[in-house]
Design a protein around this ligand. Structure first.
Ligand SMILES: [Zn+2]
Length: 412
């Protein structure tokens, strides 16, 4: 029976969003949290972008060390042989790729300005798939950009060609958030039935339907006999109005009326990590979590009105669909209201030892303390805000990896 898997694209769609970004250590922490949560795959970056090279290599090293396991780390590139060549040159041990190309007439006309036909799109894509295979890619997803505005017959042709050349999944991109649950259901089902390839649904919130479209698309793929892979981002951060939110989508799939019995997850999502990852992403992106955010917003479990408060006190199930503990909430959080010693790019050994001591870290000698402090200073140069405890512990545990993450070598 086909199942649903989650692919997080925060480290690609999220970070390419206007006004927003993450430094390489923050991107790594997102991968760590996603892995702990049980997310199937992280689209962890751009293998053709030079300033990502050390970050991508370092994260693949963490995977080899068994730290970033079992999550699958996959890179996003354009579907051209040139991008495939560059990706394997800059990140030789990358094994999972998604290759993206526009498929709608609007974009073929509007982006390529009459220089490319539909047949050119097909041959560019299949050449790129062949190139990725010959370099040893273990899994290849092919992304149809603007799929929701693409002629259905051409989309089927495109997906069949991708499959024939060895692609493992088709990413159906509702790039502009144009679909509604009814249309995406229909399209995903037709694709699954006629192509026989697992379908990724990549939905945006321009019409406020990213989560609804994601589960409708997943249902379509499964009703058509194929696995469904839902693309999500932490806190829904992504281009324009954003993507399907990781936590909200996980809640929708597992807790909405009658859905999970017929459309189960292939790999369980540990929602008790939701609070932590949502708050880290909020801090790292410097974007507050909306008060009414499902599951992790301030008001998600808050009750003021008489009837609601009375009802929830008698039995939480009167007014709550799920428990706050399920989202990893309820633990007291220490907020310092007096003196604060925090990390910074000009921190010294004494303050640093104090901070690490609070986490019960005892350095072997002052040499080790100085070494880790130096890395923490560099991390602060990139983050421009005090590091959180998990980041400090990460640097302490994996100093060599941290050194790589903090290395930027612009070409001459
Ligand atoms: Zn997108």
């Amino acid at each position: 029976m086909p199942k649903i898997y989650f692919i997080d694209v925060t480290n690609r769609d999220g970070v390419q969003t206007a006004h927003l970004g993450l430094c390489k250590l923050e991107k790594t922490m997102i991968n760590m949290y996603l892995n702990e949560m049980g997310v199937f795959q992280s689209e962890f970056g751009f293998p053709t972008t030079r300033h990502e090279s050390f970050y991508l290599q370092a994260n693949l090293e963490l995977a080899e060390m068994g730290v970033l396991q079992p999550i699958r780390l996959e890179g996003w590139i354009r579907a051209t042989t040139k991008d495939v060549e560059t990706a394997f040159k800059l990140v030789p041990n990358i094994r999972h790729l998604n290759l993206s190309i526009s498929t709608s007439d609007q974009m073929i006309r509007g982006k390529f300005q009459g220089k490319k036909s539909r047949d050119d799109i097909l041959s560019m894509m299949t050449d790129a798939v062949e190139a990725a295979k010959s370099h040893g890619a273990e899994s290849i997803g092919v992304n149809a950009e603007d799929a929701s505005r693409t002629d259905m017959d051409f989309l089927v042709r495109f997906a069949l060609a991708a499959k024939e050349h060895g692609a493992h999944r088709l990413r159906y991109c509702d790039t502009l958030g144009y679909d509604n649950p009814f249309t995406i259901y229909e399209t995903a089902r037709i694709l699954a039935e006629n192509v026989g390839i697992p379908i990724e649904v990549h939905c945006h919130g321009d019409l406020g339907m990213a989560v609804a479209n994601s589960i409708a698309g997943a249902k379509g793929a499964i009703d058509g006999g194929q696995d469904a892979y839902i693309n999500v981002t932490v806190n829904g951060i992504g281009e324009r109005a954003g993507n399907a939110d990781l936590v909200a989508t996980a809640l929708a799939v597992t807790k909405s009326k009658g859905f999970a019995e017929k459309y189960p997850l292939g790999k369980p999502i540990d929602l008790t990590k939701a609070w932590r990852i949502a708050n880290f992403a909020s801090y790292a992106f410097k974007v507050p979590i909306p008060v009414n955010q499902p599951g992790v917003g301030v008001n998600a479990f808050a009750h003021a009105s008489g009837i609601h408060a009375d009802g929830v006190l008698k039995d939480p199930e009167n007014y709550e669909l799920y428990n706050f503990e399920e989202l990893g909430r309820g633990e007291p959080e220490k907020v310092e209201t007096g003196r604060q010693i925090c990390s910074g790019e000009y921190s010294g050994t004494s303050g640093f030892k104090h901070i690490m001591g609070r986490m019960a870290v005892a350095f072997k000698d002052s040499e080790e303390a100085r070494e880790i402090l130096e890395l923490v200073r560099y991390a602060n140069v990139e983050a421009q805000k005090p590091l959180v405890e998990d980041e400090l512990l990460f640097i302490y545990k994996y100093p060599q990896i941290a050194r790589k993450l903090l290395t930027l070598n612009p070409p001459e």
